[in-house]
Ligand binder design. Structure first.
Ligand code: B1M
Length: 237
């Protein structure tokens, strides 16, 4: 897919530029991705549109060739780093909505799993929706989650897993919360490509979030319910 000749990105139409970005993500060209993100923003694209149509779609294509054995780990790491370079530009813009803090969320990828692009995207979108987000990073053992819950007292705990081998670890975390008697205090949302609703139910999570947009909607609706019941309790007392 690599076209090694230098392409003048600014001379491309929007459609050509987005296609070029998919190629550049595939080829792991972080500098080109950063330049293209700036060009699209300058042309009036919203940060969300750049994120979804250029970056997320590009990673989807990378994922297909990774699955099919056409791309290998080192190449996909370079794609991931390019994606992150683009996300770093968009992050402050997505968070710039000026919305008041609507709740506090702790999120982390579970033990044994180092995938973090989707989790970081969800964290960014939550920040953009006005949540305060504490991002624990990757490869988190149960102790990290419990310590973060104790320290930050979040409204919501988010967990991410991208591997079928690591997703069962979510149950370890939820069971530990039950054992400590703190499960009912925190809404637990889970996500990641191999999960689904019935898995979320089976591990005792409150909900499964298919993607970042659903994660925002789900977090907001659980917060509205939580605030509704707090208000009802207050008016009853
Ligand atoms: Co990995 N990898 N990988 N990988 N990797 C997958 C997941 C895989 C599906 C590829 C494939 O075979 N098609 C496959 C898993 C198979 C399985 O278990 N069923 C796989 C494998 C096998 C592996 C290794 C084992 C490969 C190896 O070493 N032989 C290894 C495991 C390492 C480990 O974790 N221990 C490995 C390594 C890597 C890299 C390091 C090279 C790199 C990760 C870099 C990084 O993240 N910093 C990588 C990548 C990039 C991928 C793919 C290609 C892309 C993942 C991604 O970033 N997607 C992936 C294939 C794929 O998913 N198509 C693959 C883009 C991102 C925006 O989407 O992460 O799905 P996603 O996040 C979405 C939703 O899922 C959801 O919202 C996000 C945004 O919309 N979501 C949440 C995610 N987390 C959420 C949390 C929430 C809510 C929603 O909380 C409430």
């Amino acid at each position: 897919m690599a076209e090694e000749d230098d392409v003048d990105l600014a001379s491309l139409s929007d459609e050509e530029l987005v296609e070029q970005m998919h190629d550049d993500l595939y080829d792991g060209l972080a500098e080109e991705i950063k330049e293209a993100v700036h060009i699209l923003l300058d042309r009036g694209w919203t940060p969300y549109r750049v994120l979804t149509e250029a970056l997320v779609e590009g990673m989807r294509i990378v994922g297909i060739d990774f699955r099919d054995g056409i791309l290998f780990v080192p190449e996909v790491l370079m794609s991931a780093n390019s994606m992150k370079a683009g996300m770093a530009i968009l992050r402050p813009l997505l968070a710039e909505t000026g919305a008041p803090t609507v709740g506090k969320i702790v999120i982390g990828t579970v033990k044994g799993d180092i995938h973090d692009i989707g989790k970081n995207l969800v964290a960014m979108m939550w920040e953009g929706a006005g949540f305060e987000v504490i991002n624990l990073g990757i490869n988190n053992p149960v102790e990290n989650y419990l310590a973060a819950i104790e320290e930050h007292e979040p409204d919501i705990l988010g967990m991410s897993a991208l591997l079928t081998t690591t997703m069962p670890y979510m149950k370890v975390v939820i069971d530990a919360m039950v054992e400590k008697g703190i499960r009912a205090d925190t809404i637990v949302l889970v996500g990641g490509a191999p999960l689904n609703e019935s898995f979320a139910e089976s591990v005792g999570a409150d909900a499964y979030c298919r993607d970042a947009a659903v994660a925002v909607e789900t977090a907001k609706s659980f917060m509205a319910r939580r605030q509704g019941s707090a208000a009802a309790l207050a008016s009853a007392s």
